[in-house]
Design a protein around this ligand. Structure first.
Ligand SMILES: [Zn+2]
Length: 282
């Protein structure tokens, strides 16, 4: 591993996820990126997977010291964008809201519901940036929050690994760090929503605001409080199931990285067409 090289390091695809993902790469360049929004969760680790340049960003920092509500999501997405990333894969751990979505289920959601509070979720607040530039007030479409091409690739990659994924569904994102009460969990399920997590939002929104593709891969680590009959979700349980599935999740991700289209013509790539953003480089 080397510190920031003399030649600017670039990457085409970004992965925001756990540290188990970049640990296996042979030749990783560690890049410290400064952003107008402060520091990202950690340095960005740039390496190559199947001929594609990939930037890994440990969402919670490499020591896992950042809880979901303290992650600087704006800095994270900005850092990836500034390295040239245009497609982002966002694996995350979630609780299942239906009995059939037990631990080990992989869901590739097509919708989310935001139940977080107080997270900075826009670049377009009209306030001047410290390094220059003043974002316009821009309203992006969020009707279809995830990249259709990215979702297709992720579903195909899982099937190639003999891991039949759930195609579509709604990811509820709560603020955390506590888990849901049984009443909250039953309410989410009664609305027809599929899984619940703490990190899926505002990553997808911020990606769209920068014209990036974003695809969520949600690994179910437990049944949420409303569907299970025991003591409720514990952190130890979540870590144990995640640990058991991290190898195959990495295999799916690497396969997806290989298969993402090299050029984009999806709705995300056109999200900012004709708009004046006022953001430097966007
Ligand atoms: Zn896209």
């Amino acid at each position: 591993m080397s510190e920031s090289a003399a030649r600017p390091v670039r990457a085409e695809i970004g992965v925001i996820g756990g540290s188990g993902l970049y640990a296996l790469l042979d030749d990783v360049t560690e890049v410290v990126v400064d952003t107008p929004y402060g520091a990202p969760s950690d340095a960005v680790f740039v390496g190559e997977v199947a001929g594609r340049s990939v930037a890994f960003l440990p969402r919670h920092g490499r020591g896992h010291g950042l809880p979901p509500h303290r992650i600087n999501y704006r800095a994270n997405l900005w850092a990836l964008h500034s390295l040239g990333v245009r497609q982002v894969l966002g694996p995350c751990a979630v609780g299942g809201l239906r009995e059939e979505y037990g631990p080990g289920t992989l869901v590739v959601p097509d919708q989310f519901v935001d139940r977080t509070d107080g997270r900075q979720q826009t670049y377009y607040n009209g306030l001047p940036l410290p390094g220059g530039g003043r974002p316009e007030v821009v309203h992006v479409s969020m009707a279809d929050p995830y990249c259709p091409d990215g979702r297709r690739v992720a579903l195909g990659a899982a099937r190639d690994c003999a891991w039949e994924p759930v195609d579509g569904g709604t990811l509820v994102v709560i603020g955390g760090p506590r888990f849901s009460t049984r009443a909250e969990s039953r309410w989410f399920a009664a609305n027809g929503w599929s899984v619940v997590g703490m990190t899926g939002h505002p990553e997808a929104v911020l990606a769209r605001e920068l014209g990036l593709c974003y695809t969520s891969l949600a690994l179910v680590t437990d049944l949420d409080a409303g569907v299970e009959s025991g003591e409720g979700v514990t952190h130890a349980e979540v870590l144990e199931v995640f640990g058991r599935n991290v190898d195959r999740l990495r295999t799916v991700l690497f396969k997806a990285l290989e298969s993402l289209p090299a050029t984009r013509d999806c709705l995300c790539s056109h999200a900012l067409d004709g708009l004046e953003t006022g953001l430097p480089g966007v």
